[in-house]
Design a protein around this ligand. Sequence first.
Ligand SMILES: [Zn+2]
Length: 222
Amino acid sequence: MVCCFWVLTRKDNNFPRCFCAFKSERWSHGFSLPLCVVCKTHLPMADNLTHQQRHHIMSSIHATSTKPELMLRKRLWKDGFRYRVNDRRFAGTPDVVLPKYRTAIFVHGCFWHGHKNCKNYVVPKTNTSFWIEKIARNQKRDEDVWRQLEAKGWFVIIVWECELAKKNLESTIGKVENEIRSNGEAFRHSIEERQLNRQQHSSERREQKRRHNQLLSEIKAI
Ligand SMILES: [Zn+2]
């Protein structure tokens, strides 16, 4: 099947540099570039794209679940964690929300969120300043979201896509699950503390009232 993109790529004398062809060397963990909407083939990460071609790629990216994200979710579910997915009621629409543990998880693509010192974060050689600015904006948004959630008492866990590569998967999931559990404990602890404070406060109020009434009856007796 010949789609619009393949035709354009032929003209660029860059045919057929499909993304899949070099996935194994640069994106071994299966970083998901969008599929062409026409032929459902992975679009290449070519550096000589025209504005129209780049727009075509970028506009076909949706906030759908990526493969590493699905792997993480599958394992969490298997290990007994229950969660909500892409809950829009929370700032930044976290990929996974675990209300019981007061934890929100974001699975970040290394490229789009600028994973520092990561081999998967390679700024394209053309339109470099555009990409640098775009990624900086994404990072700023990530920070804002983090702050908003933390201000509401939520714990935020960031998981990078490279951390979910096959060789790192087990250790990453272990770390994430430990963090979720400790967040859950901290959350339960804070609830207990709040309840204790409330109980203390109301017993103080009762005592104050009792003394006040006693004083009043003593005055009346005089
Ligand atoms: Zn990375």
